[in-house]
Design a binder for this molecule. Structure first.
Ligand code: HEC
Length: 474
């Protein structure tokens, strides 16, 4: 069966228009989790590992930093952690760990499965390290966190896992773009996806990320740099033509290196069909040693018979720039802007910058048809960790038809960006990870005008209800 889906064929048809908008942003209350650590009588006491630090590591780090995790070292016990305290202070203070780069001082602040540390927690970690990283009372140690299975899926035990065949990535060579599949999903009836988590599985026996010395550009944590999953009907040859355009009927998602799970909104149906298969558009990147890898996609479904209120398909690339990218050598903060006009009303359910090696930061702003503007979100960018940020359902931007989504991207092509191979070079658009991209690819639920009005009314009612409760409490 010939299945020719040129990589990026879907994307190139998204004209450089951009998009997004938001309408009723819930108030950006950032619940400040206090951490001036107070003892029993309210007197300040010293933070300790067992009482104060271990709970943070369990919540925000252990998912990767544990025996079976991808990170090089476990951070579960005091003995694990002690040799790393200086690095932990540095990585948390710079907000490089955990990998989650939403800026805390601008835009919407409530996201699903947000592992980030509050400013207070970061300060506490730093103070604890400065004070000599005391262990504290062993009796204060929280019980070890339990993981449902050895695999560490963050979405819980999956209902379905679909695996690619094993691919061998050469030790050295050019990035490889190509297609594999179809791979049958094994699903026998249509189901709605509640959450999906996709990951690279290394089959080299070590399974941990090991970065080898002497590799140009610090882009070698992962060998699978992207894997697009395009749902197809294996019996219908035509479906191959439609599946790659991202907003077709079929399920579509692009996993990017270092990505976290996607959790879809509660009332929104994203369908995976019975009898379906996936064609994968792959981008592999040699990491310095020959590596057998596989891509596993884990799905959690809504119960059988569950009826969605809205439907969503794939994600949308807004405001892509290609040949316009013109990044001078040795220059930081090179900025580009682009726009996408919402053809219909919609809900932007996630925020997802996609750049490449020189990418530094991306923001999305909504410019409403009435001229009002609102910054939706800004996030730093590190092309080893291409994160998807799922808004909490009640703050996901509501964008009326005609809203302009203004996307702004910044690039750092200087030696201070370790991912750039050689900043003496000019840089521009390209598919290789060492080149650059400008994509904003949020998930959007398009709505009819009727549905949009209803949604706005729902949010307003909720806000009024919250205000009333607050007043009643005062
Ligand atoms: C999504 C997975 C993930 C999470 C969550 C995560 N890390 Fe990491 N961490 C890694 C990986 C992979 C590396 C190795 C690559 C690198 O150096 O960045 C790493 C590296 C580090 C290093 C640097 C080690 C060195 O060689 O200097 C420190 C320190 C660290 N992590 C601390 C933390 C702390 C503290 C947290 C939680 C607050 C955390 N990490 C959360 C995956 C993760």
């Amino acid at each position: 069966m010939t299945t020719k889906i040129p990589v990026n064929s879907g994307r190139s048809s998204w004209s450089p228009i951009l998009l997004v908008v938001l309408m009723t942003l819930a108030p950006m209350t950032l619940a400040v989790t206090t951490v001036p650590v107070l003892g029993q009588q309210g007197a300040p006491r010293e933070a300790t590992f067992t009482k104060d630090i271990a709970p943070i590591l369990q919540r925000s780090c252990e998912n990767c930093h544990r025996a079976n995790g991808v990170a090089p070292m476990a951070l579960s016990t005091y003995e694990d952690v002690r040799p790393w305290v200086a690095a932990i202070k540095r990585k948390t203070t710079l907000r490089e760990m955990p990998p989650w780069f939403i800026e805390k001082n601008i835009g919407i602040q409530r996201f699903k499965n947000d592992p980030s540390l509050s400013d207070e927690e970061i300060a506490m970690v730093a103070n604890w390290v400065n004070a000599g990283a005391p262990r504290g009372n062993p009796a204060d140690m929280p019980p070890p966190r339990q993981y449902a299975d050895g695999t560490g899926w963050t979405i819980g035990t999956p209902d379905l896992i679909v695996s690619t065949p094993v691919l061998t990535v050469k030790a050295r060579g050019a990035d490889w773009h190509g297609e594999i599949g179809p791979v049958l999903t094994g699903l026998t009836e249509d189901r709605y996806v509640q959450a999906v988590e996709i990951k690279e599985v290394r089959l080299d026996g070590a399974e941990k990320i090991t970065r080898l010395a002497g590799q140009a550009g610090d882009l070698n944590y992962f060998a699978v740099h992207h894997a697009g999953l395009h749902e197809v009907d294996p019996n219908d040859p035509d479906v191959y033509q439609t599946s790659s355009n991202g907003m077709a009927n079929g399920y579509y998602i692009v996993y990017e290196l270092g990505q976290n799970a996607t959790v879809y909104p509660d009332d929104t149906g994203v369908r995976l069909r019975g009898g379906s298969a996936f064609i994968y558009t792959m981008h592999l990147h040699p990491v310095g040693k020959e590596l057998p890898v596989r891509v596993d996609a884990a799905f959690k479904f809504h119960p059988k018979g569950w009826k969605p209120k809205y439907l969503q398909a794939g994600f949308l690339t807004m405001g892509q720039l290609r040949d316009e990218l013109d990044i001078p050598a040795n220059t930081d903060n090179v900025r580009f802007d682009n726009f996408y006009r919402m053809p219909k009303a919609g809900i932007m359910t996630s925020f997802e910058p996609h750049m490449h090696a020189s990418g530094k930061r991306m923001c999305a702003e909504a410019i409403y048809p009435d001229g009002g503007r609102e910054m939706l979100s800004c996030a730093g960018y590190n092309h080893n960790w291409v994160k998807v940020y799922d808004y909490e359902d009640d703050v996901a931007p509501l964008l009326p038809a005609g809203t302009l989504v203004h996307v702004i991207g910044w690039y750092n092509n200087t030696p201070s960006n370790p991912r750039v191979v050689d900043p003496r070079n000019w840089k521009g658009w390209g598919n290789r990870s060492i080149d650059d991209m400008f994509h904003f690819q949020p998930r959007i639920t398009f709505l009819t005008d009727e549905q949009f009005k209803e949604k706005v009314a729902e949010r307003d009612a909720k806000k009024r209800a919250t205000r009333t409760t607050t007043q009643a409490n005062n």
